[in-house]
Write a protein that binds this ligand. Structure first.
Ligand SMILES: Nc1ncnc2c1ncn2[C@@H]1O[C@H](COP(=O)(O)OP(=O)(O)OP(=O)(O)O)[C@@H](O)[C@H]1O
Ligand SMILES: Cc1cn([C@H]2C[C@H](O)[C@@H](COP(=O)(O)O)O2)c(=O)[nH]c1=O
Length: 218
């Protein structure tokens, strides 16, 4: 649940699943129908959080340090960008949010999910008794890790996560599947193995179904 009048949509999936390929087009489709869209990402989205992102993606560190830095970045991002945008009534499109932490740090690294849950409660509430900030909808780009690795091969210099073996991404993918099953009303599974046009059609249809976009005229 989000605390404002706006709409909070997150995009999730393992590295290379195709989120970035569609997030700009979704922002444009929403803007074309008069919505104000804040396009952002995690870790990142503020100057401080982008600095923490650089550390998390490139510096060696243990699992607790990684989880704390990601939640510190998230706190700043929520306070400075996401909560104000939702309060204004904007649409927030966020490339990854806390489901990524449960999938990567929890399922991938094996970090204690209960501790992650506690950090989530601290970071995503605006005050005592306030609701837990959560996306209204999560578009989950579900792609087999072997296919994601093929798509990413040679595409860019890999970071600390992208250099992990395929087995790591199998655990992360299983983590996402578990999150999706536990929050079936929030998650929309996108078959990311399809061709780009077909993936876009699924993304567009998911947002239309919620009534946040008008269907295109035939
Ligand atoms: N449906 C598709 N079919 C084939 N290739 C695709 C498809 N969608 C995206 N790609 C390609 O796969 C690669 C990864 O896509 P993209 O960067 O959008 O993934 P991502 O989920 O944003 O990854 P990351 O989270 O690691 O940044 C890119 O080279 C992109 O052009
Ligand atoms: C939010 C979040 C992210 N990560 C990881 C997942 C990715 O490998 C990188 C971000 O890179 P991207 O190209 O922008 O997808 O960070 C994570 O491990 N935990 C998180 O909570």
């Amino acid at each position: 649940m989000n605390a404002g009048a706006g709409i909070f949509i997150s995009l999730e999936g393992i590295d290379g699943a195709g989120k970035s390929t569609h997030i700009e087009a979704l922002a444009e489709a929403l803007r074309a129908q008069g919505r104000v869209v804040v396009l952002t990402r995690e870790p990142g989205g503020t100057a401080l959080a982008e600095s923490l992102r650089e550390l998390v993606l490139h510096q060696p560190m243990d699992a607790l340090t990684e989880a704390l830095l990601i939640f510190a970045a998230r706190r700043d991002h929520v306070q400075q960008v996401i909560a104000p945008a939702l309060a204004r009534g904007d649409v927030v499109l966020c490339d990854r949010f806390t489901d990524a932490t449960f999938a990567y740090q929890g399922a991938g690294r094996g970090f204690d999910a209960a501790v992650l849950g506690t950090l989530e409660q601290w970071v995503q509430r605006q005050g005592e008794g306030a609701p837990l900030l959560q996306p209204d909808m999560t578009l989950w780009f579900d792609l087999p890790p072997a296919l994601a690795a093929q798509r990413l091969a040679g595409a860019r210099v890999p970071d600390r996560f992208e250099t992990q073996p395929e087995e790591f991404f199998r655990r992360v993918a299983a983590g996402y599947a578990q999150r999706a099953a536990a929050s079936a009303g929030r998650f929309v599974r996108i078959d990311a193995a399809l061709a780009r046009d077909a993936v876009w059609a699924l993304v567009h249809a998911a947002v239309v179904r919620r009534g946040w976009l008008q269907a295109c005229a035939p």
